[in-house]
Design a protein around this ligand. Structure first.
Ligand SMILES: NC(=O)c1ccc[n+]([C@@H]2O[C@H](COP(=O)([O-])OP(=O)(O)OC[C@H]3O[C@@H](n4cnc5c(N)ncnc54)[C@H](OP(=O)(O)O)[C@@H]3O)[C@@H](O)[C@H]2O)c1
Length: 276
């Protein structure tokens, strides 16, 4: 699993704890970015149909000198593809776009409660997982009420919920709920648009460890138990973001970073977001 620790899902499968996100990586350079990330040591790539770079993801996977079975590929089903038939067509399209026979993990990208189709979509995910189109199924941007509902109506607990987490939005309630239900918290926009790079707790920990603010924040995620998917199209930053396994933050440093939580999102609120 490359240079990172792994996280075990409740369904028995494993995923690298630290992966590589590709939101906003243009299709024209996605192949090169993914290849470079894999050659740097990343083994988990976080994609989505919405990112319009699934073919590039597939090109990067094929161009890198690492066998497919050693890589973990995630994609997501977009808001316009909720519902049984559309969700299936979306996963079929992603398999074709990426050029693989099976995905490691597929997520419902947003619950979009206003269209009220996420339970039906989740049922389709269970069927597709059982047929082998993907090994594991999860969700993204689900609040507690959305999680409770899919669990109550299907008995199937997602292996993972990918939500926004960074020093200014630490989501302690969601993380505790996930821990109670054996759901992995995967942090998106983990660096928080660099908003806390100059905050004292980050700067002090960076000085003590000789690491960068980004490395301190990624290490903080790992020590909280989060899976984390930073993105950079720059090979030197890809390497920097992966070079976080040779130091440990102290309890006092973790505690100091906790004080940066102001509940401020960089992205939309899942209870109302319905972009199509
Ligand atoms: N499920 C969802 O709804 C959702 C939403 C948002 C994101 N995501 C996923 O989460 C992934 C990560 O989130 P993100 O892409 O929003 O943000 P991020 O990884 O927190 O930050 C990416 C930004 O930080 C810069 N950066 C990366 N490493 C750096 C470093 N070491 N020092 C300084 N700057 C650095 C990058 O610039 P350069 O490229 O120029 O280095 C880029 O502008 C996405 O790519 C996507 O896979 C999911």
């Amino acid at each position: 699993m490359g240079k990172t620790t792994t996280i075990k899902f409740h369904d028995g499968h494993e995923m690298p704890q630290l992966g590589f996100g590709i939101w906003q990586v243009p299709q024209e350079i996605a192949g090169e970015a993914v290849k470079s990330a894999i050659e740097t040591g990343y083994r988990m790539i976080d994609g989505a149909y919405l990112y319009m770079n699934e073919p590039g993801l597939g090109e990067g996977v094929k161009a890198a000198s690492v066998p497919r079975e050693d890589l973990f590929i995630t994609t997501k089903v977009w808001n316009t593809d909720h519902g049984r038939d559309k969700a299936r067509a979306s996963v079929e399209r992603s398999l074709k776009n990426i050029g693989v026979d099976q995905l490691d993990l597929v997520l419902i990208h947003w619950p979009v409660p206003s269209q009220d189709k996420y339970v039906e979509t989740w049922k389709a995910f269970i069927e597709m997982r059982d047929e082998g189109m993907m090994r594991s199924i999860g969700v993204s941007n689900f609040n507690k009420d959305h999680l409770e509902r899919i669990i109550a109506e299907t008995g199937e607990v997602p292996v993972l919920n990918q939500i926004e987490v960074n020093p200014e939005l630490q989501q302690p309630d969601m993380r505790a709920f996930h821990a109670e239900h054996d759901i992995v918290t995967q942090a998106w926009t983990p660096l928080g648009n660099a908003r806390s790079f100059e905050a004292d707790p980050i700067v002090n920990a960076a000085k003590r460890t000789g690491k960068s603010p980004a490395q301190v924040i990624i290490r903080w995620h790992l020590q909280l138990g989060n899976a984390v998917i930073p993105r950079s199209v720059k090979p030197h930053r890809q390497a920097e973001n992966l070079d976080v396994f040779d130091f440990t933050l102290t309890d006092a440093e973790i505690e100091a970073i906790t004080t940066l939580d102001v509940g401020l999102r960089t992205g939309p609120d899942p209870s109302v977001f319905k972009m199509m």
